[in-house]
Design a binder for this molecule. Structure first.
Ligand SMILES: Cc1ncc(COP(=O)(O)O)c(C=O)c1O
Length: 289
């Protein structure tokens, strides 16, 4: 099957997708991206992703951002063209072309493109969980880029690489102050009894869309939610842990470093979250048909 991109609103065959060498996305990482899950051909929780993209564009002082309806049209078009039923969609936005030394406000022609691809989730991850390790990459909570899903994604890439080298699926990054921050590509949650613990946003993790959903869900389940500074040692004192991101939703982590949680099986709260997520996804699909 032929595969396509939508580039600035136009459908282009995959092999003809081109980014100018003058584009600031390539030259400076001057841009943002969002990865969304697609279920039954429907992109999920788009408003949360648009809100984060707009927030990031604000921090990066973009003078122009394509409208939500324009982006939505492109997203629907690519899902249809690539016949994606269950998979992911990536939306990338750069500041566009422009020389060095110009005021950023003069650059008002952003570049954007969308790709989407079938990707069926391997259920083994939910049944067995993953294992994580601490990595040497640190996140600076004081950086203006902390919390922005920018094209400067190399900390995450290096964190993932280090974890894979150690034979683990996910790398856990600390902050420059030595507190827990997040996984290479996911937010981290710890569970102790009826308490749900996660690093607060002022610790510099990405404000994950699924993180936000989990925090709401935990409150509905009557759990005590603690968003705060978290010491790395706390990982060894809790009953269970799980990660969240848009591709997978909540998924269990059964081992961090040399510590295995309980009996090495996904915990009860994690399983409850995964069940609730499946329901939320079904509801989201129904309400968008
Ligand atoms: C570094 C990082 N943290 C957290 C997340 C989770 O964000 P979301 O739940 O919006 O996918 C991601 C997602 O890709 C990520 O890359």
């Amino acid at each position: 099957m032929r595969s396509y991109f939508v580039m600035n609103g136009e459908l282009v065959p995959h092999e003809q997708g081109r980014l100018s060498v003058l584009d600031r996305g390539g030259s400076y990482g001057d841009g943002l991206f969002e990865t969304l899950r697609v279920e039954e051909g429907v992109p999920l929780f788009v408003d949360d992703h648009f809100a984060r993209l707009e927030e990031g564009a604000n921090v990066l002082r973009f003078s122009k951002v394509p409208s939500r309806s324009e982006l939505m049209k492109g997203m629907k078009r690519i899902i249809q063209a690539n016949q994606v039923n269950q998979g992911y969609l990536r939306l990338t936005l750069t500041r566009g072309q422009g020389g060095f030394g110009q005021l950023l406000s003069h650059l008002s022609k952003p570049t954007w493109w969308v790709m989407a691809q079938e990707h069926v989730l391997d259920q083994k991850r939910y049944r067995e969980g993953i294992s994580a390790t601490f990595v040497s990459i640190q996140k600076n909570p004081r950086s203006p880029l902390s919390g922005v899903k920018s094209l400067n994604y190399l900390e995450s890439i290096l964190a993932r690489e280090e974890a894979l080298e150690k034979g683990r699926e996910e790398g856990l990054m600390l902050t420059t102050e030595g507190k827990l921050c997040e996984g290479a590509s996911a937010n981290l949650f710890l569970v102790r009894g009826e308490r749900l613990i996660t690093p607060s946003l002022n610790q510099g993790p990405l404000p994950g869309t699924v993180r936000k959903w989990v925090l709401r869900q935990a409150q509905e389940l009557g759990m005590v939610v603690e968003e705060r500074e978290v010491e790395p040692e706390e990982c060894y004192q809790v009953d269970e842990s799980f990660f969240t991101n848009s591709t997978w939703g909540p998924f269990p982590c059964v081992r961090i470093g040399e510590h295995t949680f309980a009996d090495g099986q996904p915990g009860i709260v994690t399983r409850r979250m995964m069940d609730a997520w499946i329901k939320a996804v079904k509801q989201e699909v129904r309400s968008n048909f």
